[in-house]
Write a protein that binds this ligand. Structure first.
Ligand SMILES: Nc1ncnc2c1ncn2[C@@H]1O[C@H](COP(=O)(O)OP(=O)(O)O)[C@@H](O)[C@H]1O
Ligand SMILES: [Mg+2]
Length: 256
């Protein structure tokens, strides 16, 4: 048996006649940072949504920590230790940064970000503990000084970091990031890269979908490349950068 934390096997999704993802297999080991890349329309979002329980696959399976998770909902996966961020920011803009990070516990414990929005009460002692852990998570990411700011007042790139802190606060076994670099300026991207690398040092495991090749090359341990729904390559960044099929797929996109 393989010791992979996440095992995606022949995962497929068709929408009517469109085969958005076809027989895609790969794994993520504990402590790894794996990226899924590919041109627009390659099937990245569809794959990501199947793994994170947003949509059911039409074929294949996903195993997480040894158990099949097909058909489980995002909040059930959160309780099992898989959390995710979204391509569009999902912070509560009127809440403080600290409160937003604490939502990560509510999501993990009670399931569902929406119930968390109603501030389901935790016991007082738990609340205090959650607050301390959220603060220490912000410290690790270098955002402790912003703990009491309203999230909505912060620059976009900083909000993205808060979102990642929220995904990480419950110490999940796997964090899924949906295009973490999207919309960030170069300085913010660099800051995010530093944060992700530091988190990997601390033992976090990541699977992320990303369009920005440069970042992926800089931080991923392994890259899975999709094109027209199929996996066309998998390997270390150096291998992927000079893989003829990958170059062709990306050049094709630039020509459009
Ligand atoms: N809900 C949907 N209904 C029909 N077709 C879809 C749907 N979602 C995605 N697709 C199609 O599946 C393919 C892959 O899309 P997507 O996963 O969004 O790719 P990417 O994220 O790599 O740009 C595209 O051809 C897209 O048009
Ligand atoms: Mg997409």
């Amino acid at each position: 048996m393989s010791a992979m934390l996440l095992e995606v096997e022949r995962l497929s999704k068709s929408f009517g006649g469109v085969q958005a993802v076809q027989d895609v297999s790969f794994g993520v080991a504990k402590g790894e940072m794996v990226a899924v890349i590919g041109p627009n329309g390659a099937g990245k979002t569809t794959l990501f949504n199947m793994i994170s329980g947003v949509i059911p696959p039409t074929g294949g399976s996903v195993r997480f920590q040894g158990g099949v998770i097909n058909g489980k909902k995002p909040h059930e996966l959160a309780m099992l230790g898989m959390t995710r961020t979204f391509q569009n920011l999902q912070l509560f803009s009127d809440m403080t940064v600290l409160e937003n990070v604490m939502v990560g516990f509510h999501t993990r414990l009670t399931g569902g970000i929406f119930s968390a929005g109603f501030r389901l009460p935790l016991a007082r002692r738990e609340e205090k503990q959650a607050q301390e852990q959220a603060f220490s998570c912000l410290e690790q990411i270098g955002l402790a000084h912003l703990a009491w700011e309203r999230a909505g007042t912060l620059p976009y790139g900083t909000q993205r970091l808060v979102e990642i802190a929220r995904a990480a606060v419950s110490r999940p076994s796997l964090i899924l990031l949906d295009e973490p670099m999207a919309g960030l300026n170069p300085q913010e991207s660099k800051q995010l890269v530093d944060v992700l690398l530091a988190m990997r040092e601390q033992g976090f495991t990541f699977l992320f979908v990303e369009h920005d090749m440069e970042t992926v090359m800089a931080i991923a341990d392994r890259i899975v490349v999709l094109d027209y729904g199929k996996k066309i390559a998998e390997g270390a960044p150096e291998e992927i950068a000079r893989h003829p099929d990958v170059i062709k797929a990306y050049l094709g996109e630039e020509a459009v």
